[in-house]
Design a protein around this ligand. Structure first.
Ligand code: 2P0
Length: 320
């Protein structure tokens, strides 16, 4: 017997950047994301004689396996289950060689496969909490389309769906400028950012941005949503800079100028960027071909492009 789950990655339009509690992975502010169709993780969990983690066809040891098994031990304890050795087999359909992070889809798929294997019958809120304990952003991959991750305590901080089947025709174009590993992990970057004098303002701005983004989604107003997302991404990077570091490179800034110049020329296109130099552009699905073509000519042939539309929430099943 084994259990299988597939979870998709998500792009935060309002960023999770700062924790209220590191151990419980409670966010200092709410965030809001779009789950993406093109990038996902498939994970199979089965009982075994000893713990083993197979990642993309190869046995993984060291920090990657340690993180998976310490998370699983936490799930056993959280659900008051006796510890048992597990075989975990994961395949990432996320272009890692282009510098993409896969912890959101990875930990959501792992939580879903685990809960299926032990027949926990979790609600989606409970599954979101369990995913959150592996990686904060994973709690948002439970849902398809747009969802919001609420602030709160251990049992209150989970994602809630906003619009699982967006009708505004939104597309995301990732721009990869290279795959070098970032020097400062997200966990460390969030820790440092809390020392910024602007951190209290950042929290307030995220709360406001979530309210505005939800209005834009309800009104199917793509431009309004794009403006909220771009401003929030700029504020996150201003926060890191005000704490003495930055993830952005000259290419990230060129991508920001590119989005702004496209808008001036009449095509709605907005910039976002996570904890790395690679950027993401939001545009309407119908403008995607044009945005791709113009991005290649404006940003040079070395940039790698990966497009996606909205994706589904996590799915899991028990296999016989
Ligand atoms: C996000 N990021 O909202 C933000 C925007 C990066 C920038 O969530 O420490 O790997 O495991 O809870 O989820 C990256 O952080 O962090 C992240 P942990 P995670 O998508």
């Amino acid at each position: 017997m084994s259990s299988f789950a597939r979870a998709h990655t998500n792009l935060a339009l309002v960023k999770y950047w700062g924790k209220a509690d590191e151990d419980l992975r409670l966010p200092a502010a709410p965030s809001l994301s779009l789950t993406l169709d093109a990038f996902y993780t498939e994970t199979r969990v089965s009982c075994a004689r000893k713990d083993k983690f197979i990642l993309d066809g190869k046995e993984a040891q060291g920090p990657e396996a340690d993180r998976v098994f310490s998370y699983l031990r936490r799930l056993f304890s959280f659900f008051s289950l006796p510890l048992s050795p597990l075989l975990v087999e994961s395949q990432n359909f996320v272009p890692k060689s282009a510098g993409f992070a896969s912890s959101a889809s990875a930990f959501c798929a792992l939580a879903a496969a685990f809960s299926q294997e032990f027949e926990l019958n979790l609600t989606r809120s409970e599954l979101s909490i369990a995913s959150r304990l592996g990686s904060g952003s994973a709690c948002r991959s439970v849902y398809g389309g747009f969802c919001e991750w609420k602030e709160g305590g251990m049992e209150e901080s989970f994602a809630i769906p906003i619009d699982e089947h967006p009708s505004m025709g939104i597309a995301v174009l990732y721009l990869s400028f290279g795959s070098e590993k970032k020097g400062i992990s997200s966990t460390e970057g969030m820790r440092r950012s809390k020392s910024s004098p602007f951190f209290p303002v950042w929290r307030q701005e995220c709360r406001k941005a979530c309210r505005e983004a939800k209005e834009a989604i309800a009104e199917a107003d793509f431009e309004k949503l794009g403006e909220v997302a771009e401003k929030n991404a700029c504020q996150m990077h201003a926060l890191t800079l005000s704490s003495g570091f930055s993830y952005l490179s000259s290419s990230s800034f060129r991508a920001l100028s590119f989005a702004q110049s496209l808008r001036e020329r009449g095509t709605a296109c907005y910039w976002s960027c996570d904890a790395g130099k690679n950027a993401a552009l939001l545009c309407r699905e119908r403008d995607l071909a044009q945005v791709k073509e113009e991005a290649l000519s404006a940003l040079g042939p070395k940039v790698l492009l990966f497009a996606s539309g909205p994706g589904p929430g996590v799915e899991a099943e028990r296999e016989v």
